[in-house]
Design a protein around this ligand. Structure first.
Ligand code: GCO
Ligand code: MG
Length: 409
């Protein structure tokens, strides 16, 4: 099974996606997600200009060898652009191998370890009334675990809560990448946030009861001591996890957070490899690993990381925001179904228009996701439909404090 062509498809049905499409000499097509939010074209160029020429003519079955070739052979290692590009190749090769074997990918990865993947949805609101509506909406849709984000009084628009309401769109629809010339600027005030968030969880627990798993994303904004305080203040509300409580690159920061709170911690959607997690895992500073297949070197890279996590009692909590394409989401679901240390899967459905380009076979029912039983990943890309949605520049917002200082967004 030789790779005959490696084509990079950049398309924007609702938002930007980068997809690698490999074709083999026996006519099979394999897809891999290479979407890096707000920096899409860097990965597209990495793949098109530097990786595709290395792939043509190679044996598509040699997944580990190709992974090592792209990782060690580039000399420059790790980092989001490189690891996202490697992921695109790796997932496309797994898709091909599963198609050649005539089975759904999860079967090749060891078979199902569970019936379906517990998924969490994003509830949000500008106040508790809107938030409660959003939680009810998610419960009606079947979600059995819910992330809670809310506006902070006096802070204006914040991460996780939509400030713009497009006609016909749900109030809790949230897409942080804004199609505009430049990044939009949001405000931030950590003290106001620390005062407000525990009162919101108190209200949510008294309205919805003790049973419902609740999650919250701190989105990298606190210092370790602030995060320790929030974790402690949220203990009465029994969170499933507190995510990204401190800026992720500082692994040692979580030592201090851990000393003060038993709220479970999740981190890592911006990390790119197993090497970025050594302190976090070895010292058991984290309960859930947020890395996605798409940003961590594919199935091969993330499986290696999740095996290390298993050794240290940590479980998966794969990033599943809309910037993970339908291809990346399918890959996550096959891996999550197969591994033993699955924790939870983030699920933020794509807008309907995304379905004009990507046909998927994964399904969501009774709170659980399942990748489906088609051969390979179970995703098709309609290339001519993709051409109808050309790339549109979009940036993630930036955050500034009241005095104008740039803060972590
Ligand atoms: C999450 C994330 C996202 C990111 C986005 C950036 O937990 O889902 O934090 O909302 O901000 O994916 O590309
Ligand atoms: Mg997050």
């Amino acid at each position: 099974m030789r790779i005959e062509s490696a084509e990079v498809v950049v398309t924007s049905p609702g938002r930007n996606f980068v997809t690698l499409r490999l074709t083999t000499d026996d006519g099979l097509v394999g897809l891999g997600d290479g979407t890096l939010n707000g920096r899409e074209l860097a990965v597209a160029s990495y793949l098109r200009d530097h990786v595709a020429p290395l792939l043509v003519g190679r044996d598509a079955h040699r997944i580990e060898d190709t992974w090592q070739l792209l990782h060690r052979g580039a000399y420059w290692r790790r980092g989001p652009v490189t690891m996202t590009a490697i992921a695109a190749v790796d997932v496309a090769l797994w898709d091909l191998k599963a198609k050649a074997a005539g089975m759904p990918l999860y079967q090749l990865l060891g078979g199902a370890s569970r019936n379906g993947l517990l998924a969490y949805g994003h509830a949000s609101g500008r106040d508790t009334e809107e938030l409660f509506d959003s939680i009810r909406h998610h419960l009606d849709e079947g979600f059995r675990a819910i992330r809670v984000q809310i506006s902070i009084p006096g802070v204006g628009s914040v991460y996780g809560v939509s400030s713009v309401r497009a006609a016909g769109e749900r109030a809790d629809h949230y897409e942080p990448a804004v199609r505009a010339g430049l990044s939009i600027e949001e405000g931030w005030d950590t003290r106001a946030y620390l005062r407000h968030v525990p009162t919101v969880f108190e209200a949510v627990r008294s309205e919805f009861g003790a049973e419902l798993p609740l999650l919250h994303d701190g989105h990298h904004r606190m210092t370790p001591i602030q995060a320790a305080r929030l974790g402690r203040d949220l203990e009465p509300y029994d969170l499933f996890w507190l995510e990204d409580c401190t800026p992720t690159e500082d692994q040692e920061a979580l030592r201090l957070v851990r000393q003060h709170t038993v709220t479970p911690l999740a981190i890592g959607e911006v990390l790119s490899s197993v090497w970025d997690y050594q302190t976090l895992l070895r010292e058991r500073l984290v309960d859930f690993v947020r890395s996605s297949v798409t940003h961590t070197g594919g199935i091969t890279g993330l499986r290696r990381l999740l095996n290390l996590a298993a050794l240290h009692g940590a479980r998966s909590g794969m990033h599943g925001a809309t910037d993970i394409s339908p291809v990346g989401m399918a890959a996550a679901l096959h891996l999550g179904l197969a591994i033993h240390n699955f924790g939870i899967q983030e699920y933020m459905p794509h807008p309907d228009v995304t379905g004009a380009v990507f046909r998927t076979s994964f399904a969501f029912a009774n709170g659980l996701l399942h990748p489906g039983d088609e051969v390979g990943l179970g995703v098709d890309l309609d290339v001519s439909a993709a051409d109808r949605f050309p790339y549109e520049p979009a940036y993630l917002p930036v955050a500034r404090l009241a005095d104008g200082t740039v803060h972590d967004w």
